[in-house]
Design a protein around this ligand. Structure first.
Ligand code: HEC
Length: 146
């Protein structure tokens, strides 16, 4: 049971963590928000790799990854507030048409990550944290990312 929860949690975020090169992005504001999202994505990948056993379990590294997500989530409203665009950007105009909802969804991620902060003592704990955090990524991407 625990194993299947872990695998579902890991699979749910795999689509979120594809590495993307930002060298083609010219707009600095767009690059900054993409870099922040990449940091969030890499942190989830760190957790997912441990959950799958691809990398060795490391409680300190797992908790640090969750704290990194919480810290980056707190910067989302500031990073996205300027309505900047770039040919490489996947941000939809709906962000600025529904700004309150967008920032609420950023708050949902921050809350989920903050609540999970320090919660990882064993590899089994990673699944629960990813189950809490992953849906908040999806909820925002579904509406606001191409
Ligand atoms: C409040 C909304 C919101 C939340 C919450 C959110 N994202 Fe994003 N994310 C976006 C938007 C918008 C983009 C597109 C930004 C752009 O291309 O300008 C994006 C882009 C990305 C990218 C691609 C970055 C790149 O290099 O272009 C990754 C990876 C990503 N998000 C991962 C995640 C993960 C993992 C989570 C949850 C832990 C998450 N995001 C939570 C809105 C959000």
């Amino acid at each position: 049971m625990k194993t299947s929860i872990r695998i579902v949690g890991a699979a749910a975020v795999l689509s979120l963590t594809a590495a993307i090169a930002h060298s083609a992005v010219e707009n600095e504001a767009v690059k900054a928000r993409m870099d922040s999202m990449s940091t969030i994505g890499m942190s989830l990948k760190t957790l997912g790799d441990m959950a799958k056993g691809t990398t060795d379990f490391d409680a300190a590294a797992a908790n640090a990854a969750i704290d990194a997500v919480a810290a980056e989530a707190a910067t989302i409203p500031t990073l996205f507030e300027p309505q900047e665009t770039d040919p490489e950007s996947e941000a939809l105009p709906a962000i600025w048409e529904n700004w309150d909802d967008f920032t609420a969804k950023a708050g949902d991620l921050e809350t989920a990550a903050t609540n999970a902060s320090g919660s990882i003592a064993s590899v089994e704990d990673i699944g629960a944290a990813m189950q809490a955090i992953g849906p908040t990524c999806m909820a925002c991407h579904r509406e606001y990312r191409e």
